[in-house]
Structures are given as structure tokens and as C-alpha cells.
Write a protein that binds this ligand. Structure first.
Ligand code: B3K
Ligand code: ZN
Length: 882
């Protein structure tokens, strides 16, 4: 399995660059197979490194045509070219390097560097893709001003884009033309971008807070021109929000977004020229679901926010990736919370974190938010870097409060504008702005694994005291056996019997907030610590970790009555939802135990009553919808040491049917009451109603009564928006109504066969269908004309969705799905290593499966390991092997 270049790179080995770049001039002469790239780079020796060091540039898959220094062409003995580098031993302290290379974009299936998507040229350079374009010090701490001339055929590529502002354009011989772009801001090479194609544009403008006009442009293939409005509105809202909340203004005169079909992830924040996966930018009410509208809003904002948190202030090295990603995710989460329902947004984010990031933190690829070594950095664009990284920033924000956090972020941006910095620099700005000591807190960046808090409460009626004792422990992870106590902010409230928050007066223990407040943030620092509240007149019910104040697992011996109390009364919306989740988990675990003992599982009637109560509680549709959803199979799996995959699936289904039966009139009523008329609007209020209606209808479909099936069919055939059409399609396809399912799928395919993004949804609905023929169907769909292994969206929609969301089939005891995934991963690795190494994830999570499945999964991992692998896949597989 080992290629020879699988060297491990360590954070401790960081050295500043030997040469700095003053300016870069690039000329691209674009042809599908033989693109020529000329570069002219002025270098200066870095005074912080030894004199006399050779010039070492990164370069990969490049055909070197010529190299010259200060105008003199070098002979072959004056430099060395390896698979990864161009090394020139003797160079002056200051010089101009000119190179010309040839590259083959049409054969670049890795979608990194310069490649083709449909008929256009586009680039993806983060993290280390620029080295596939030309020889360069491809590291984020080398920042320079770029000028880029793009030359191409005028008919096939009328639009030629790069970073910054266009400064010159003109015609050339042979029907070719050019545009020259200049980016005045120094940037690392990972933010370079180029696009050439036959594109159309939607234009708008934004006036910044200082009164400058910025041209906004979204460039798409002609058939997508009607799908840009939502992204444009989201962009303008993001620009405004960043001015208001962070005081950050956009800096160039133009901001461009380009939509491409073949893209490894969601989008990329290249300076002034964002490149987006079409799935994260294109939407129209009839083609995109509410979820897609919200995702677009979030991703557009995320990439825009990077202009400050990432581009103006960037990372010193890739170990600091969370510096820009964690902070930017935190910023986009807050933005989406402000644009939508804040409690629902928090619930969604936490549900994802607890399901997927906690599993990552407990699995073989667990790593700290700032890793200390890697083989392939592409493997570290993870939930830990992004989502746990965001939780760390959220904890800092909560420790400081809004005003000091703003002061801290202002200080960070001012101090480090134009620099490539570290996580320490970010935290130092927060510490300097607030006077808070973050020394112990820094362990959050270096310790992997999810801390476990075990909490107990003791009420002393005589002394009117309530004592909370909190123990913390972080389990060992693959690379770190020993863990130290973390500084954990634990937000708590105490509810009295009437359900009100008691005033909290702390006599022992450190906390933020004022004495007498209804909730306080306890500062847990020790392995075990007791906090004492005074003047508590009655035995309270503690509401712990309000708003999910830290990314931890928390256990407290709650009784069912206490959870019901929290579910009804907690003033914290998140914890009200979480109490419901805990109740449901307890009930489902009891059912699993019955199932495994060979009994017929029965849902606890207390849960049924609690759910019934939700309908009478006068909740907002958005919250009611969230509270009605049972924990998913993946999160339920997290609750067991050995995962009973089949029992979880069966019991969850039985629970859904039981609830549907018991609550049929409430559900019916909600379906009727939440029908919307009028034009589709992707606004929180309408999204909540559609969601509530569709959740209730999906419960009713669990019973598959004639009336329910008929209603889904009606909705499917008459819906004027994709949210409703898709919900009805899912309900039908996931039911046992084979005829109706088939008819719906055929009609949907007929209607949408020319729309790639809608066809992705068609693949997803079938890949997640929990029926025994699922694997055969997925395999057959891989032969469908709309499927392509070369397109990441298709691979994700069909293969990833099957392996991650159709758990009962993926883990089928015949091991055939494991074999299937291994086959696909091996085939894909030769084309697109980044996608292959991500796709394999479910096969690496064998640790909590039963021994039979463990063995089947390991057999496939070993089979993969025996092949010649990319660096990306090699790194993941070697970690995952037993
Ligand atoms: N910064 C990019 C991710 C690049 C991934 C490279 N393999 C998108 C984002 O986080 O905004
Ligand atoms: Zn990002």
C-alpha cells in the first residue's frame, strides 16, 4: 500500500520560508490538454533563515519547459526536478525566476489544480493544489500580489476570470483573446483562482458601510441563469451582517461567484472569485428544498466571511487550519441563526456534531482541532477542524460575552491584517481584549477526543443548599493516551417545581454572570469540582449544559419525571429539546433490550404522553417539528458499546408506528393546519410550517393507511415546490407501496432528467431506501446515464448516502455492502483520491460493531491496504487497520 512519498509532516518542524515572494505574474495559454503556464516571480531571501539556502519550489504533475533566473536560461545541471519539487541550488538574494510548464487539465480527474468541468476550465488550489499549476512555494505563509493573464479561444471561452480587478483585455490571432487580472492584496497561492468558459452572469451591487460600490456577479452555465437569486440575496445579507456584527467591510471593487458541477467540496473562498459546487449556489423553488436554500445561505456566507477570517488574516501553516475554518463556521452559524430560527439552528448544528463529530473523535482518525502531524492535509478538512473548531470559538465567545468578543475580534483583525498567523495569535487577541487567562483553555486545541462529564446533584433542605459535583474525563484516543483536565464552560440553571428558573447564588466555585441570575456559566477546570448554590428553597431540577455550552457528553442520573419537567418548562429552548431526546433515547434503549431478549418491543407510554403534550403546549411550529423527530439511527448507535444495528432500525420503526397510531388525530390536524398557500418563500416561518407538515405526514405514512398514501401521492403530483415534492417522494419511496414508489420515481425522473442537481436528490431518495434490495438498486443506479464516478456530487448522492444513511443495509451481515464500498473506493482512488479517502469513512468505524461485522469490515480494509494507494487513502487506511 505504501507509495514512497508518504512522509509524515510535523508541526514541531515548522520553519519560516527561505524565500519570500514580492510579486507573481502568470500567463495561462489555455488548451484542454496542453495548457502552457508562464510565471515570473520576484523572490527575496528571508532574513529569518540561513544565507545560502537553495530555492526549493513545489511542483507536481508538471512538464517543465524552461527555467530562467534574471533573464538567463538555466541548463539542466543548474537545477533538479523531482516528482514534487524544483530545486535550484545557487541563487542570489534577490532575483526574478521565470518558468514555463505544460499541464493537462482535461485529464485532471483529481479536481485539484487546473481542471475541466463540463466545457469550462476552473481551479481548486486549497490546500496544496497550486503546485499542480506551476512551480511555486506553495505554503500559506508566502503571500504575494498576483497578476494573471488568461488567454483562450474566444468562441469556446468568452468569459475569462481570475482574482482581483480586470486591468486589460484584447483580441489575439487565431480567434483567441485575453483578459489580465490584478489582485492588489497579497495572498497565499491557495487563494488563487481562474475560470474560463461560456458563462452567463447575474449582476447586482452592494454599497459598503463606507459608501463604496461593489459589483456582485454570479457566473453560471446558461441553463442555470434562473437559479441565482437566492445566492445573490444571501451574499448581500452576509455582507451587511459582517459589517454590523464584526465591523468588517469588503475590500475589492468586485466579488464574483462561479458555479461548477464537478467540485470536491462545497465551495472555495478564493480572493474575489469564489468557486462553488453548483449544489451550494443554485436554487429555484421548484428545484431546491428548504434545506438546500438554507445550506446555500450558509455556504455563501461562510465563503464571504472568509474574506476576513482566512484571506486578510490567513494561516501560517496547515496545522492552523481551524484558525480560519473553526472561526468562519462559528461566524456562519451565528449568521444563519440571525436569519432563521436561532434555537432550531443550534439544535441542527449540535445534532450533527454529536452524531458525526463525536463519532470521528471516537474513531481511528481522531485528531486534535490543531493536529500535530499529517501525511495528507486534504484528510484534515474534517468535522473536528470545522465543527469542533467552531465550538471552541463559541466557548471563547461565551466566556467573553458579546462586547469583549467583538473587542477581541477587532484586535485580532487589526493586529494581523495581511499576516499568516497561528491559533495562539487568535487566542492572544481574545485574552488581551478581556484579561481572561486562556492557558488551560488552549488544551482544547491539542487534545483529541470528546470529554465526558459525569454530574451529580445533592439537595440539602436544612441548609437550603444545592451541590453540583462535576467530574470530567477525556477518553484516550489513538495518538494520545493521557488527557489533562480542560477548562469547560458549563451553563446551568435550576428549575423549581413550577418550572421557573431559580436565582443562582454561588458560594463555592467559579462562574460567569451575576449572582442571582437565572443561569450561570460554571468554569469547570479540575478533574472533579463541586459548585454550591445557596438559598435554594426546594429540591430543583438542574438544567445542565444549556445551549450546549461545550462540546462534551454529559450524564446525570435524570429520572423520567425530571426529564419530562425539563421538556415542558426549561427556559432554554435547546435543553427543552435535549430533554426530549434523552427521554426518547431511554425509551428506545429499553425497546432494544426487549428486542434482543426476543420480546416484542413496546414504546413506553410516558413518551407517547410527552409527545401528545407537545401538541398542546403551544410551541412554535419550528420547535414542535424538531421535538417530534426521534433521535436518528446513527445517534442511537452512539449510545451503545456494541451497536445493535438491526435492533435500532426495527425499534425506531416500531416507535414511529406507535406514535403515529397514538397521535393520529394530532398529526392529521397539524398536516392540515400547516398547509401554505401563496408563493413559495424560503423564510423561517414558512420553512417551519412545511417541515412540521411533512414530519407529521411522514409519521402518518409509517402506518401506510390508504388515506395517508393518497395524501402523499396528491402532494407529490401537485406540489409547486421541491420541498413538498421531495418530502412526498421520500414518503412514497421509503414505504412498502412498491407500485406507488415506482410510479413516483419514474415520473420524477421524467420531469427532472435534465437537471443534474435534482437528479442528485432522485439518487439520494433511492440510496436511503431502507428495503432489502437497496444494494442491488444502488449498483444498478451506478449504470444510470445520469451517474458518473467522476462527479463527486453523484458519488456522494448514491454511494455515500447508501453507506452512511442506509445503515441497516450497509451493515447487512452478509458483508456485501462492505465489499461494494471497498470496490468503489479502490476504483475511485485512481481518479480522485480526496473523494476516495472521504468515502471510505464508514468502513473505518468497525470498533463498535459486533465481532462478525468487525471481521468483515477489517477484511475489506486489508484488501484495500494491499493495493497501490494515493497518499490520501493510505493515511486513512493505515490508521483504520486493526
Ligand atoms: N476552504 C475550503 C475548503 C478547501 C478544501 C480543500 N481540500 C472551503 C471552505 O471551508 O470554505
Ligand atoms: Zn471554510
Amino acid at each position: 500500500m505504501s507509495a514512497d512519498n508518504n512522509d509524515v509532516i510535523y508541526l514541531k518542524d515548522y520553519l519560516p520560508p527561505a524565500f519570500l515572494v514580492q510579486s507573481v505574474d502568470l500567463v495561462f495559454d489555455l488548451y484542454p490538454h496542453e495548457t502552457r503556464v508562464q510565471s515570473r516571480i520576484s523572490f527575496n531571501r528571508n532574513a529569518h533563515r540561513d544565507a545560502g539556502l537553495p530555492l526549493e519550489l513545489h511542483g507536481s504533475e508538471l512538464k517543465l519547459i524552461s527555467v530562467a533566473i534574471d533573464g538567463a536560461v538555466l541548463s539542466a545541471d543548474q537545477y533538479q526536478v523531482t516528482g514534487e519539487q524544483l530545486i535550484i541550488p545557487n541563487v542570489p538574494d534577490q532575483f526574478v525566476l521565470e518558468t514555463e510548464v505544460e499541464i493537462d487539465p482535461a485529464n485532471n480527474t483529481s479536481l485539484e489544480g487546473l481542471y475541466r468541468s463540463n466545457t469550462m476550465f476552473c481551479t481548486q488550489c486549497e490546500a496544496e493544489g497550486f503546485r499542480k499549476i506551476t512551480y511555486y512555494p506553495d505554503r500559506p505563509d508566502v503571500m504575494a500580489a498576483f497578476t494573471t493573464k488568461v488567454i483562450a479561444d474566444k468562441t469556446e471561452y468568452p468569459v475569462l476570470l481570475s482574482n482581483g480587478n480586470p486591468i486589460e483585455k484584447g483580441d489575439l490571432d487565431n480567434n483567441r483573446h485575453f483578459v489580465t487580472w490584478q489582485d492588489p492584496f497579497d495572498k497565499p497561492a491557495y487563494l488563487f483562482a481562474l475560470v474560463a468558459g461560456d458563462l452567463q452572469v447575474v449582476k447586482d451591487t452592494f454599497t459598503t458601510m463606507s459608501g463604496r460600490n461593489v459589483a456582485l456577479e454570479i457566473w453560471v452555465e446558461p441553463e442555470n441563469i434562473t437559479k441565482c437569486d437566492h445566492a445573490m440575496a444571501s451574499l448581500k445579507a452576509s455582507m451587511k451582517w459582517d459589517e454590523e456584527v464584526y465591523g468588517r467591510e469588503y475590500d475589492l471593487d468586485i466579488y464574483m461567484i462561479v458555479a461548477v458541477n464537478d467540485f470536491n467540496m462545497g465551495a472555495m473562498e478564493n480572493k474575489g472569485l469564489n468557486i462553488f459546487n453548483s449544489s451550494c449556489v443554485l436554487a429555484r423553488p421548484d428545484t431546491a428544498t428548504d434545506g438546500a436554500f438554507q445550506r446555500i445561505e450558509g455556504v455563501v456566507a461562510h465563503e464571504y466571511f472568509h474574506n476576513w477570517s482566512g484571506n486578510r488574516v490567513t494561516c501560517r501553516d496547515w496545522f492552523q487550519l481551524s484558525l480560519k475554518e473553526g472561526f468562519t463556521v462559528y461566524r456562519d452559524q451565528c449568521f444563519s441563526a440571525d436569519m432563521n430560527d436561532a434555537a432550531v439552528k443550534r439544535i441542527e448544528d449540535v445534532a450533527m456534531l454529536r452524531t458525526a463529530q463525536f463519532a470521528e473523535d471516537a474513531g481511528p482518525t481522531a485528531h486534535p482541532v490543531r493536529p500535530d502531524h499529517f501525511i495528507e492535509i486534504s484528510n484534515f478538512y474534517t468535522l473536528t477542524i470545522y465543527e469542533k473548531g467552531s465550538e471552541i470559538v463559541r466557548m471563547i465567545a461565551n466566556l467573553l460575552g458579546p462586547d469583549l468578543f467583538r473587542k477581541g475580534s477587532d484586535l485580532y483583525f487589526e493586529r494581523h491584517d495581511g499576516q499568516a498567523v497561528t491559533v495562539e495569535d487568535f487566542v492572544a487577541a481574545m485574552a488581551d481584549a478581556s484579561g481572561i487567562d486562556f492557558t488551560q483553555f488552549m488544551r482544547w486545541y491539542s487534545q483529541a477526543g470528546t470529554p465526558q462529564l459525569t454530574v451529580s446533584g445533592e439537595y440539602d433542605a436544612a441548609d437550603k443548599q444545592y451541590k453540583l459535583t462535576i467530574k470530567q474525563q477525556t477518553p484516550p484516543t489513538k495518538d494520545q493516551a493521557e488527557k489533562l483536565p480542560l477548562h469547560i464552560p458549563v451553563k446551568v440553571g435550576l428549575l423549581n417545581a413550577a418550572g421557573d428558573d431559580l436565582p443562582l447564588n454561588l458560594s463555592t466555585g467559579e462562574a460567569s454572570g451575576e449572582q442571582g441570575d437565572g443561569d450561570r456559566v460554571l468554569h469547570l477546570r479540575e478533574a472533579e469540582q463541586t459548585f454550591i448554590f445557596e438559598g435554594i428553597e426546594e429540591a430543583p431540577v438542574p438544567s445542565l449544559l444549556r445551549g450546549f455550552s461545550a462540546p462534551v457528553k454529559l450524564s446525570f442520573g435524570y429520572s423520567q419525571a425530571q426529564l419530562l419537567h425539563l421538556m415542558r418548562h426549561d427556559s432554554d429552548g435547546f435543553n427543552r429539546w435535549d430533554a426530549g431526546q434523552r427521554l426518547a433515547i431511554d425509551a428506545l434503549k429499553a425497546m432494544v433490550a426487549q428486542f434482543e431478549a426476543g420480546q416484542m418491543p413496546e414504546l413506553d407510554s410516558a413518551l407517547i404522553d410527552a409527545y401528545k403534550g407537545l401538541f398542546a403546549a403551544g410551541l412554535e411550529p419550528a420547535i414542535l417539528a424538531e421535538m417530534l423527530v426521534l433521535p436518528g439511527e446513527a445517534y442511537l448507535a452512539e449510545q451503545f458499546d456494541v451497536v445493535p444495528v438491526d435492533a435500532i432500525h426495527a425499534c425506531r420503526n416500531i416507535a414511529r408506528k406507535t406514535l403515529a397510531q397514538a397521535l393520529s388525530s394530532e398529526l392529521e390536524q397539524a398536516v392540515v393546519a400547516n398547509q401554505l398557500s401563496g408563493e413559495y418563500r424560503p423564510v423561517a416561518e414558512d420553512i417551519a410550517k412545511r417541515r412540521l407538515k411533512n414530519i407529521c405526514q411522514s409519521y402518518l405514512m409509517a402506518l401506510e393507511t390508504e388515506a395517508a398514501v393518497e395524501r402523499s401521492w396528491q402532494q407529490f403530483t401537485t406540489a409547486d415546490n421541491m420541498t413538498d415534492q421531495h418530502a412526498a417522494l421520500t414518503a412514497l419511496v421509503h414505504s412498502k407501496q412498491d407500485e406507488k414508489a415506482k410510479a413516483a420515481l419514474e415520473s420524477f425522473e421524467q420531469q427532472w432528467k435534465d437537471d443534474a442537481l435534482v437528479m442528485d436528490q432522485w439518487f439520494q431518495v433511492q440510496a436511503s431506501r431502507p428495503h432489502p434490495d437497496a444494494l442491488a438498486r444502488v449498483k444498478a443506479l451506478m449504470e444510470h446515464p445520469a451517474f458518473s464516478l467522476k462527479n463527486p456530487n453523484k458519488v456522494r448522492s448514491l454511494v455515500s448516502v447508501y453507506c452512511n444513511q442506509n445503515r441497516v443495509n450497509f451493515h447487512s451481515i452478509d458483508g456485501l455492502s462492505y465489499q461494494f464500498l471497498a470496490d468503489v473506493v479502490l476504483e475511485l482512488d485512481a481518479m480522485n483520491p480526496q473523494i476516495a479517502s472521504r468515502l471510505i469513512t464508514p468502513l473505518t468505524r468497525w470498533q463498535k460493531m459486533d465481532s462478525k461485522r468487525q471481521q468483515l469490515m477489517q477484511t475489506e480494509l486489508k484488501r484495500i491496504a494491499a493495493a497501490e494507494l494515493s497518499k490520501d487513502l493510505f493515511e486513512v487506511v493505515q490508521k483504520a487497520l486493526p
